[in-house]
Design a protein around this ligand. Structure first.
Ligand code: HEM
Length: 255
């Protein structure tokens, strides 16, 4: 029994922290996305003060490493009113909240504005098991090529009409959504969080890619299927950034 529990935990941690996984994990992971802008007061600090502020924040992130999978993205210049986005994934949104609250008290955090935050949870697949032919293709698809350099986060809200369709109708529409996407799994990694009732969105979609042109074509293809008529909000905000380790973000902030 103990061995089974240990193996199961290992599998869950792997899926929680693996953005390359193309299908949502079975166990619920609580994801929180926090978009920060650095206040102008930061630039008035000495180089030593900035370094110390970043070190405090880094030590905090490190202290949560057994509980939170942490990803960071540099958004300055690509997304309005922001410098970086962080993605926190853990077993409970309150653990993500604990890190963010403590971050506000660090030498860096005292100069950060939290411009936008949103949380959601992963769930098992709702529809794809009802189209096993495409599901097999989804499972078989592999990301190819160079590591991703870009991140795109898009919250989505669906209409009441969507939720009142029958399951069979939704399966048919999501099948239609899935058909044009398969070809893009070579260049786009994705993860879906459910947010109905937890945020002003039903879903948070996050993508990593090296190829913004492919991503643009993918979203265009999805705007041309019937399922899109039930999307009443895509983005607001759409966050575009580049993948950076926390150390790289720290280096950019102390430059
Ligand atoms: C490689 C690209 C993509 C693939 C392979 C893909 C595939 C899928 C699949 C299989 C599902 C159904 C999951 C289930 O069974 O529960 C799904 C759902 C969803 N996809 Fe995509 N998708 C892709 C890109 C996108 C993009 C670009 C967006 C929006 C910008 C998007 C938004 C969504 C949303 C919001 C859902 C949840 C729909 C619902 O449960 O009502 N997807 N996707």
């Amino acid at each position: 029994m103990q061995i089974f529990t240990f193996v199961l935990m290992g599998v869950l941690v792997f899926f929680a922290g693996n953005p390359e996984r193309t299908i949502a994990a079975d166990a619920s992971v609580h994801g929180t996305f926090a978009l920060f802008e650095v206040e102008p007061t930061w630039t008035t600090l000495s180089s030593d003060e900035k370094t110390k502020g970043v070190q405090e924040a880094t030590a905090l992130v490190e202290s949560f490493k057994d509980r939170i999978t942490f990803d960071s993205y540099w958004t300055y210049g690509l997304t309005t009113d922001s410098h970086f986005l962080i993605r926190l994934q853990s077993s409970e949104a309150k653990i993500n909240q604990e890190l963010l609250t403590q971050l506000a008290g660090t030498g860096l955090g005292r100069h950060l504005d939290l411009e936008f935050t949103i949380s959601g949870i992963t769930k098992g697949l709702n529809y794809a098991p009802d189209f096993p032919d495409l599901l097999a293709q989804l499972k078989a698809a592999k990301y190819e090529g160079d590591p991703s350099t870009y991140v795109i986060m898009i919250p989505t809200r669906k209409s009441a009409e969507w939720w009142n369709l029958s399951k069979e109708e939704r399966v048919a529409l999501i099948r239609e959504h899935t058909v044009p996407t398969i070809a893009y799994l070579k260049t786009v990694k994705r993860k879906l969080f459910h947010a109905t009732g937890l945020a002003d969105a039903d879903f948070i979609t996050i993508f990593e890619t090296n190829n913004l042109e492919d991503f643009n074509n993918l979203v265009l293809a999805l705007r041309m299927v019937k399922e899109d008529k039930y999307n009443i909000r895509l983005g607001s905000p759409t966050v575009l950034g580049t993948l950076k380790s926390w150390n790289e973000v720290g280096a950019l902030l102390t430059k």
